[in-house]
Write a protein that binds this ligand. Sequence first.
Ligand SMILES: [Zn+2]
Length: 276
Amino acid sequence: MASITTFRVGHCTHPSCMVLKGSGLASRCFPSRAYLIETRAGLYLWDTGYAEHFRAATAKGVYRLYAWVTPISFEAHESLQGQLRAHGVSPKDIHTLLLSHFHADHIAGLRDFPAARLMCSQAGWDAVRSLSGFAAVRQAFVPELLPNDIADRLGFVEGVPETALPAALHPFTTGRDVSGTGEIYIVALPGHAVGHLGAFVLQDSGWTLLASDAAWVPESFQQLRGPSELSFIVQHQRAPYYDTLQRLHQLHQSGNAQIRITHEDTPDYVAVAGRP
Ligand SMILES: [Zn+2]
């Protein structure tokens, strides 16, 4: 069985009503998470959260817009590689870094894992690979965050055959076993970004769905309450977004899997000295 360790790697703030309709203008904190998944096939990471590279890459040109629209907080002691080292894991120990999508707050630490194999959706990669300037910022994509050799290290989940998931995970019926051990199944969670992915992980305690940005707050899938309509300026497509949210809601109601989302404001992560 796999085990998941959750790291909080920086955060940003937004008005609540942007992420949950009708919830007012009060500012809400959105931590960025990275998950270490230990499997029989090796160590996997699910996303990276923020990193120092984000500050440098958004300090110039049109990319300053990103930092202006999304004020972030990231302290040196929150760096993912530092937190992993404190946990006894060196960046070179990571077998595969799985990318849910290419928004900057999920990939900012890629350059800190120069030896890891990278895996994402081919559709997601094709949608961003040639973007730069304003077209990139509009999609929350900052090209400078990508390692120079990314094309050589990138594999696509579409290359892994789809197999049936246990009936208990209904309405999710198929996934791609990227671990090859039945411990991590990748599923498409369309709507938030092109090629946006989630992962079912099997631990001793049962199934967990790492649902990335399919919702920004747990109330969304618990109560079927979507985000502000304005959010669809940056999100990919409204209809598939709500279809995905409906499936998360059904899974939540079944009680057969825990659902974790990247930006939920819950203290489920490893404690770091110096953080309140
Ligand atoms: Zn995103």
